[in-house]
Design a protein around this ligand. Structure first.
Ligand SMILES: [Zn+2]
Length: 428
């Protein structure tokens, strides 16, 4: 197989377009794996699921007894840009080098079993469309524009030594037509949102508190942007049918984001019971991003972070995960997100969600059907007739979530019915 086939539009020589996976355990709508069934796929979509499901004409049968099948994972808080190099190296990346780094991460995520991604600040609509057209392999993307914050806030990566303007962490390099990411005042917000929307983004991302690894002036509980500014963002985005995601750790910044009507709160480590009740009331989702905190703690322990970042991580670590139980108790919808600086341990988030208070079934649904719901996608996220066949295969029962802590846990990946990571049984 010489060409990658990711979009379902590119035919691959010798690749069956109709097949039946026989006798496979399938994740059901309740998050459980029942008795083995047959799953029939034709032209990239699921045709039938059930015992003895008929093959499509000319279909290839694959014996899958003993294997497990679940929908491809939705990572609802991802940044495809981060991967390699020191900060100095990243500063030297131009937009072309950066685009290739993003493409490499797209391939990596598919291999992990992440077939859909909400990229809340990095990939552009052009990268989304390039993946979808099969130019290079990558997950289905739902992209925001560059994260919008205030001058001196979490997204402001101003470089004092040179006076250079930059997005925090050099997440998105400068390029012609890049929409603005720093706003001060409702008028600037309105203009920024309209400029972002005209590029074709699926989401708007705002930063309403500081963060973990940004400037000295920034702190996870420091409120950023005003309620008026965020309300303008929500209003303008809603007119275009686009939802708003707010990076918010807690406190006043989280309050104002929820009151302004954002669709999701990202991180939310210091979420209070009152805030969770308000979120449930307004159908505002939580995307907890636990794995990044654990990864950062491991980097800190290995001496790879500066002293201030190590301090921040140590301060936040005891609270990481508490927000999951608080949100669940209040009835807040939860979807899986990772926020990783290096893609790889993304599926570790599933057992972490369970350790923080979800049942294994709830954690598996947060990673699949719930992610699809947050992204407004109704043709993916479930193994059911009519759904696009984005799916992962495992050799062990994934209701023991431990399998997701191992890099080799996912043994096969399908995207739009194509075996983008062929399982051994498939190649046999
Ligand atoms: Zn993030």
């Amino acid at each position: 197989m010489k060409r990658f086939c990711v979009s379902g539009e590119v035919a691959v020589a010798g690749h069956p377009t109709a097949f039946a996976l026989r006798e496979i355990h399938v994740l059901d709508e309740g998050g459980e794996f029942g008795d083995p069934v047959d799953v029939t796929v034709a032209d990239g979509s699921i045709v039938a699921v059930g015992a003895g499901a008929a093959s499509a004409p000319g279909a290839t049968d694959v014996d899958c007894s003993g294997l497990f099948l679940m929908p491809g994972v939705f990572d609802c808080h991802c940044h495809l840009d981060f991967e390699s190099g020191s900060l100095e190296e990243q500063m030297s990346f131009d937009a072309t080098r950066w685009a290739l780094e993003v493409a490499r991460n797209g391939r990596l995520l598919l291999d992990l079993g992440v077939t859909s991604v909400r990229d809340v600040g990095a990939s552009t609509p052009g990268i989304r469309d390039g993946f979808a057209a099969g130019a290079v392999p990558g997950p289905a993307l739902h992209v925001s524009g560059p994260p919008i914050g205030q001058t001196g806030g979490h997204t402001d990566g101003y470089v004092p030594s040179t006076g250079a303007e930059a997005i925090s962490g050099f997440m998105v390099p400068d390029y012609a037509g890049r929409p603005p990411y720093l706003v001060d005042g409702p008028d600037e917000m309105r203009k920024a949102i309209r400029l972002q929307l005209r590029t074709g983004v699926d989401w708007i991302k705002v930063m309403t508190t500081g963060g973990l690894l940004s400037s000295v002036r920034d702190h996870p509980l420091k409120p950023e942007l005003t309620e008026e500014e965020v309300a303008v963002a929500v209003f303008e985005a809603a007119r275009a049918g686009v939802p708003v995601a707010a990076h918010a750790y807690g406190g006043e910044g989280l309050d104002l984001a929820v009151r302004a009507g954002v669709r999701s709160v990202e991180h939310g480590i210091f979420l209070s019971e009152e805030q969770a009740a308000e979120m449930a009331e307004r159908d505002c989702w939580l995307v907890p991003t636990l794995v990044v905190v654990h990864e950062l703690a491991e980097l800190a322990a290995a001496g790879e972070l500066d002293a201030r970042s190590r301090e921040r991580i140590a301060e936040i670590l005891p609270d990481a995960g508490r927000q999951v139980a608080v949100a669940k108790e209040a009835g807040v919808s939860i979807a899986l997100g990772t926020d990783l600086l290096r893609q790889g341990p993304n599926l570790r988030e599933i057992p972490l969600l369970a350790a923080a208070g979800l049942t294994p079934a709830e954690a598996l649904l947060a990673a699949t059907a719930r992610g699809a719901a947050l992204c407004g996608v109704d043709d993916r996220g479930r193994i059911a007739p009519g759904q696009a066949f984005d799916a992962i295969v495992l050799d062990e029962d994934p209701s023991d979530l431990e399998v997701f802590n191992r890099p080799d846990g996912v043994t096969g990946v399908f995207q739009n019915g194509n075996a983008v990571k062929p399982h051994a049984r498939w190649t046999a």
